[in-house]
Design a binder for this molecule. Structure first.
Ligand code: FAD
Length: 530
């Protein structure tokens, strides 16, 4: 869609000044989820998305194109904490990173909302409890049509509703692995997944983890909530609209407009309410670049916490190889194991989550192990069952995103690596006992900030957090941050469902505040103050 419906072009003088009741910056999990919940209000909602729609192509199911050539990555580079440039695995398109996600839609465990001691330090807990989010998790599971079952995972928190669809079936080789793990007294359970696997396999027989969804079965931000939001005539999506900064009003209290680059032309877009959903790294970068003239530390940053507390899970790929039996799975990604999530099972602290990866192939391995011949890697992949081990990264102010002109510097200070190393050791033992004599492991590196979060954390006080418990900026009444930035802790499960649940909860609060302030014109009062 190339025109802005939400504002009106009245004269050439105003050509570069548009307006909407609400602008949402980014159409990923946070932005699309909140758009779907605000859409029925009738407010004029304009979604500004830096990228375009993914189109179907041969590359969409080509593991060499995706993993070796980085076909879908942007050419953007960031700088790491040693000053080296790298091309991050961060995607700019309608639907954001969720177009590439593995579609695992775990809830945080109820213990994740409480302070908890880890080997690497304290996870501080949340300013809200699991119970405050539970009904929103149910709604998010319906919105993303999650497939799953409750009852097998000992860490599963209370579900007041079951999953809307039964779980994606294990392929035969994976069903056998589940039996071998259960025989050791472990509790392998089906992964909650936002995928219509039949539709996905109809397009091509590939896994979906890391593969782009060209509207072929994943329920991601675009095919789920965004599609729902765009059914309302008051919601417009503007593609290829890169927000470069936000500007405050003359009093310095409220966000007045966004400066947006559309086809090399800068426009101002005014809004009563601004929702920032550009993802944890880009939302922080945008706020840091939106420095009011009187300050040097960025917008919404009275606490000094914008960009700080950057977290990304500690992750390792672990290949369990049984040379006697090939693994003929196509998608593989249906099982998870949380036996070491709350404790190490021997009186020690939490270690993390274990889940299957999408089936690894020779070309995928080659992207990570370029020195080894592909024929050897193909032989390994034919016999391996491929796991993803994930441990909590703890919030630390020195782990941060900073901007330097147009550059993003990602100074990720990993934490809790001790616990992750112990999870890897545990899993080696478990997998060997399950009949896999060879176990290989490789840590994910910094170029894959897939589970980025924490750069604008939620909290009660404006002195040490960026947004309140409704995702509203402590400093600016009409600014909301609704994406992975606000997560106070990373837990050790995939973040998307929690981001979606928070977005739905924030939308409900916004609509309630509006209706308690308004007579009956929701759209005209959308910017009502606290
Ligand atoms: C390969 C891969 C696999 C993953 N698998 C899983 C999984 O199985 N389960 C899970 O829970 N999570 C998974 N994730 C993580 C998940 O995708 C993210 O947690 C989630 O998408 C984050 O949501 P968000 O709203 O914070 O940001 P995003 O969904 O990334 O959305 C941000 C959006 O903002 C846009 N944007 C950025 N800057 C600007 C700007 N300046 N102006 C306008 N628009 C802008 C971007 O283009 C993007 O569309 C995976 C991620 C990757 C990369």
């Amino acid at each position: 869609m190339s025109s802005i419906n939400a504002g009106r072009r009245t004269s050439s003088r105003r050509r570069n000044m548009q307006s909407a009741d609400v602008i949402i910056i980014g159409s990923g999990i946070g932005g699309a989820s909140i758009a779907s919940a605000l859409a029925p209000s009738g407010a004029k909602i304009l979604i500004l998305e830096r990228g375009g729609r993914l189109v179907d192509s041969a590359e969409a199911r080509d593991d060499r194109a995706i993993f070796q050539r980085g076909h879908f990555r942007s050419s953007e580079t960031w700088i790491d904490n040693e000053g080296r440039r790298f091309r991050p695995g961060n995607f700019y398109n309608v639907g954001g990173n969720s177009k590439f996600y593995g579609a695992v839609m775990y809830r945080y465990r109820s213990e994740d909302f409480e302070p908890r001691e880890h080997e690497g330090g304290l996870a501080p807990g949340w300013p809200i409890a699991y119970a405050d989010l539970e009904s929103w998790y149910c709604k998010a599971e319906r919105l993303y049509q999650v497939r799953g079952s409750v009852g097998k995972d000992p860490t599963e928190p209370l579900h007041s509703e079951g999953y809307p669809h039964p779980p994606v079936p294990n392929e035969p080789a994976i069903a056998r692995v589940a039996e071998r793990l259960a025989a050791q007294g472990l509790h392998p359970a089906s992964l909650p997944l936002a995928i219509d696997h039949v539709k996905w396999l109809d397009r091509a027989k590939t896994p979906w983890d890391g593969f782009p969804d060209t509207r072929a079965g994943k329920i991601d931000a675009e095919t789920g909530p965004l599609a729902e939001a765009l059914q309302h005539s008051n919601v417009t999506l503007l593609e290829n609209a890169h927000v470069v900064r936000l500007e405050l009003d003359a009093a310095g209290k409220r966000v007045a407009y966004a400066v947006v680059r559309v086809r090399d032309e800068e426009q101002r877009i005014y809004a009563k309410t601004v929702i920032l959903s550009a993802g944890a790294i880009n939302s922080a970068a945008l706020l840091l670049r939106s420095t009011p003239a009187t300050k040097s530390s960025g917008m919404a940053n009275r606490s000094g916490q914008v960009g700080r507390n950057f977290m990304n899970h500690n992750c390792t790929a672990m290949l369990a190889i049984d040379p006697r039996h090939p693994n003929d799975s196509i998608y593989q990604k249906t099982l998870g194991l949380n036996d070491f999530y709350l404790s190490d099972g021997a009186g020690g602290g939490p270690l993390g989550n274990v889940q299957l990866l999408g089936k690894i192939s020779g070309p995928i391995l080659k992207a990570n192990l370029p020195a080894i011949p592909e024929f050897a890697l193909r032989a390994i992949a034919r016999h391996s069952v491929d796991w993803y081990l994930m441990s909590e990264d703890l919030p630390r102010p020195e782990s941060r995103v900073v901007v330097d002109g147009t550059d993003i510097k990602l100074d990720w200070q990993r934490s809790n690596i001790e616990a992750h190393a112990r999870l890897c050791t545990k899993m080696r033992t478990v997998l060997r006992a399950a009949g896999f004599p060879i176990v290989l492991a490789k840590a994910f590196d910094k170029r894959a900030p897939s589970h980025q979060c924490g750069t604008a954390v939620m909290g009660v006080s404006g002195s040490n957090s960026v947004v309140d418990i409704w995702c509203r900026s402590h400093d600016h009444d009409n600014l909301y941050i609704v994406d992975a930035s606000v997560l106070p802790t990373s837990a050790a499960v995939n973040p998307a469902l929690t981001i979606a649940a928070l977005a739905l909860r924030a939308a409900d609060h916004m609509l309630r505040s509006v209706s308690s302030n308004a007579t009956n014109d929701v759209a005209s009062t959308f910017g009502a103050t606290r």
